[in-house]
Design a protein around this ligand. Structure first.
Ligand code: ANZ
Length: 805
């Protein structure tokens, strides 16, 4: 009953409305905003949200001007699928889901500034997403290209590499083909070096930085040109090991390499064409995976000339060589590369050792480490690193090679054949050119449609909006057609943290002064599943905005923290059938065993991901209804370290619920709701004073380190100390209440009121501690005889040797 009361109190007074300008220092604490799915909130969402809310409330008490907003990542495929299935417009489905999410989140008493709520699918939001797209386009960072994509005819859309396996769409099993299609691309590769280098300046988990580095995949090496024999043709390879050039015994081209058709000899043509056709059906991911399996390939019949030795080298084509990396061609060195070695072994190609271990002795084959060059002409005896430099210098002198840095990062495929996304602010002129619209034409709103399937001609759903499709070419006023692709779901989340600064601005995406005051985000909390794509895309856009002079920081998120996933116990019988936890009894978690109520069938108890099919999803609404929001909040943080993966246990919620009841009784008499009669206006004893200082110090330090579970333990210890006192110093209970406030704000407000304060404690000063009070006056000394502790004695802290003895 007291939670709705305090929530209404906060809302009526707009207590958490953030001031735009302030003399206070700022603190911007951000949650990864949710996709409002039809399933509603699960207990994983409030884990991170509670953590950021505790920090927001704590920082307010510490005198910071805190920005703590919430919004919705509202475009996306599930709403479009539901729309097709149920015949309801995705906007209506999305609004319904948002209303449900907002209701659920509000019940938890988070101190969001709801006046800043944003929705990426609202025209007054996506207008600015389109505006940023125009900035990217202006700078040559958005372009259209004919590229091979994974096309799923049944779904009528392109799919990401991650969505395709064995030539099928993983969700539905529909066949997927490779098709050349004109798509929007964003030139993220132009920012590869900065995206890599600036990782050094942010306070992020090392694991996330490592994943981003891996994704960007910087490789230092060389480009080397090989001439094709008896033809006026050449190709370039990228290699990280130019020092092994003398060991190159064949070359391999990607099946799509334009030279393959040209150089293939008549005798080899049938084999090569069959191979190329088969490779076209596989996705890049599968092809890269053929590394582990047996590499396949065919000989083209043509030869290249070794750039230094002049020896003839057979040219093969093989699908482990990807067209999108380097130049789609490799010089194969079977003695020093695993993959080339496997290939050479299968096809009986020569293997020439050109590096030996620096320390001498036998070497494994292939020997892939650095060593000393051998059988490499003038380079013999050079250590590998030196040999790389010398080889590149020699190739450069002859004009057939140069040092080169390559990135695994690809340009970002930025179009989707969907309805429920941002339309591109672009028209296609009569000449086929994509022409950006002027700023005044924004937003380009989604046309109302009632059928969201691809158009009958196979074009995206937007092609069904006949009237909307017709447009004018801004260059000449002639007829033009709107772009029918939409942006991917990632677009809206690339800049939402900036819109929170100024969400109702109709003249600009944000005000420059507000941006300068608030940015960067001081703390960003969310799931590790966004470690690469979302964070990389957002960093990319931010850097472009920085180059446009629109933001003042190079990086958007100063500190990042990933909360660990919350798992749950599941109950399964021998036949694999799942049981709800209520349907199990005789549960022994240690042994992982239980029995089914009624039948007594033995059940296996396991910790697994929460999912509907496992019947182990915990709904926060149910927890709040039974134990209250404060208990849910406290339990979310008390389960273990924030970044740990941990199982939900409802009896754990009971534990924190009992703790909160005890805490309540420190201030409030359980019978009468009046102030507890034990409260006295007396000074705390010296011992209690020390415990208070130690608790303040501990909780403060733990909050700084996001170590919430240990902070809560300290509050429990203090409660246990205070509760039995018949003369309970009111000043001590007040300090305790303030420490509890960020974690259990409803209960803390109630206690604060009972203690005689008319105002909310949301802005009451955070208790301070005196470091001198943290040190004990005496120390305990173990007395050892022959290395064994025989006794312990107490001595004054500053006692000298003689006194102790
Ligand atoms: C010769 C060589 C000898 C190589 C050796 C390695 C070891 P990273 O480190 O990932 O950048 N390569 C180049 N382009 C390729 C493509 N399009 N598809 C598949 N493989 C390609 O890998 C660079 C190495 O991967 C290059 O160096 C090349 O093989 C291969 F002892 O060249 B290496």
């Amino acid at each position: 009953t007291l939670e709705p009361k305090w929530q209404a109190f906060w809302e009526e007074r707009e207590l958490f409305r953030t001031e735009d300008r302030s003399t206070k220092p700022k603190y911007y604490v951000l949650d990864m905003f949710p996709y409002p799915s039809g399933a509603g909130l699960h207990v994983g969402h409030p884990e991170g949200y509670t953590a950021t809310d505790v920090l927001a409330r704590w920082k307010r008490m510490c005198g910071f001007n805190v920005l703590h907003p919430m919004g919705w990542d509202a475009f996306g495929l599930p709403a479009e699928r539901a729309a097709v299935r149920d015949g309801i417009h995705p906007a209506i489905i999305t609004k319904r889901n948002i209303d449900n999410f907002r209701r659920q989140i509000k019940r938890l008493g988070f101190s969001y500034d709801w006046s800043r709520e944003i929705d990426t699918s609202a025209p007054d939001y996506y207008r600015w997403t389109q505006w940023i797209f125009l900035k990217l386009h202006e700078r040559g960072l958005a372009y259209r290209a004919e590229i091979p994509v994974n096309w799923c005819p049944a779904q009528g859309t392109v799919l990401a590499n991650e969505e395709v396996k064995d030539g099928k769409y993983v969700e539905t099993g529909d066949p997927v083909e490779r098709r050349l299609m004109k798509q929007w691309m964003l030139r993220i590769t132009a920012y590869a070096e900065r995206l890599l280098a600036d990782l050094d300046d942010v306070d992020w988990p090392e694991a996330v930085k490592a994943m981003q580095r891996e994704w960007i995949g910087r490789s230092e090496g060389a480009e080397i040109t090989f001439r094709v024999r008896d033809r006026d043709a050449s190709f370039t390879v990228f290699t990280t090991r130019p020092d092994t050039l003398f060991g190159a015994t064949f070359c391999t081209l990607a099946p799509e390499h334009p030279l393959v058709t040209e150089i293939t000899t008549p005798e080899r043509r049938a084999d090569v064409e069959a191979y190329v056709a088969a490779a076209a059906k596989k996705s890049d991911r599968e092809r890269a995976g053929s590394e582990e399996k047996r590499a396949t390939g065919v000989f083209t019949g043509a030869y290249a000339t070794h750039p230094l030795s002049g020896a003839p080298i057979p040219i093969w084509t093989a699908d482990y060589v990807l067209m999108g990396y380097g130049h789609g061609a490799v010089m194969a060195v079977p003695a020093h590369d695993e993959r080339d070695h496997r290939f050479a072994t299968v096809y009986g190609l020569p293997i020439a050792t050109v590096v030996r271990p620096a320390g001498g002795g036998p070497a494994p084959i292939p020997f892939t480490d650095d060593g000393v060059a051998c059988a490499s002409g003038a380079f013999d005896g050079l250590p590998s690193a030196e040999c790389r430099r010398a080889t590149v210098a020699e190739l450069a002198r002859r004009g057939v090679g140069a040092a080169k840095v390559t990135y695994r990062l690809r340009d970002w495929l930025f179009s989707r054949q969907r309805y429920w996304g941002e339309p591109f602010p672009v028209v296609i002129g009569a000449d086929g050119e994509a022409v950006p619209l002027p700023e005044g034409a924004l937003p380009v709103e989604l046309p109302p449609l009632d059928d969201f399937r691809p158009a009958p001609d196979g074009r995206p759903p937007l092609a069904r909006a006949r009237e909307w499709l017709e447009a004018r070419d801004p260059r000449n006023g002639g007829p033009a057609e709107r772009e029918t692709n939409t942006m991917p779901q990632w677009a809206g989340s690339c800049w939402y943290y900036l819109r929170y600064l100024d969400p109702r601005n109709t003249l600009a995406p944000w005000d420059a002064a507000k941006e300068a005051y608030w940015m960067p985000v001081d703390l960003y909390v969310g799931g590790v599943e966004h470690a690469v794509l979302h964070l990389l895309y957002a960093r990319f856009w931010h850097k472009v905005l920085f180059d446009c002079g629109l933001v003042s920081t190079k990086e958007p998120f100063r500190k990042l923290f990933n909360q660990g996933m919350i798992l749950a116990y599941s109950y399964q019988d021998a036949a694999g059938k799942y049981y709800a936890p209520e349907a199990a009894e005789n549960v022994d978690l240690q042994a992982g065993a239980a029995t089914a109520k009624g039948t007594g069938a033995p059940l296996k108890v396991q910790i697994e991901k929460m999912s509907k099919s496992r019947l182990n999803v915990v709904n926060p609404d149910d927890v709040v209804a039974e134990y209250g929001a404060d208990s849910l909040r406290l339990y979310e943080l008390f389960m273990g370290p924030l970044d740990a993966v941990k199982p939900w246990q409802t009896n754990g919620v009971e534990g924190v619920y009992r703790f909160l009841q005890r805490a309540h009784r420190l201030a409030v008499d359980a019978e009468s709701d009046a102030p507890s009669p034990a409260l006295k206006d007396v000074a705390p004893s010296e011992d209690l004073e020390k415990l208070l200082h130690r608790t303040v110090a501990k909780v403060t330090k733990d909050l700084e380190n996001l170590s919430f579970n240990t902070a809560i333990s300290a509050l429990m210890i203090l409660t246990n100390e205070l509760l039995p006192m018949t003369e309970r110093p009111k000043a001590a209970v007040e300090r305790f209440t303030l420490l509890l406030a960020p974690f259990a704000p409803h209960l803390a407000e109630e206690m604060w009121r009972t203690l005689g304060h008319a105002d909310s404690l949301a802005y009451a000063p955070w208790p301070t501690f005196d470091p001198a009070k943290l040190v004990d006056a005496t120390v305990e000394l173990p007395v050892c005889v022959n290395g064994k502790v025989k006794e312990r004695i107490e001595a004054p802290k500053d006692a000298d040797q003689a006194t102790v003895e």
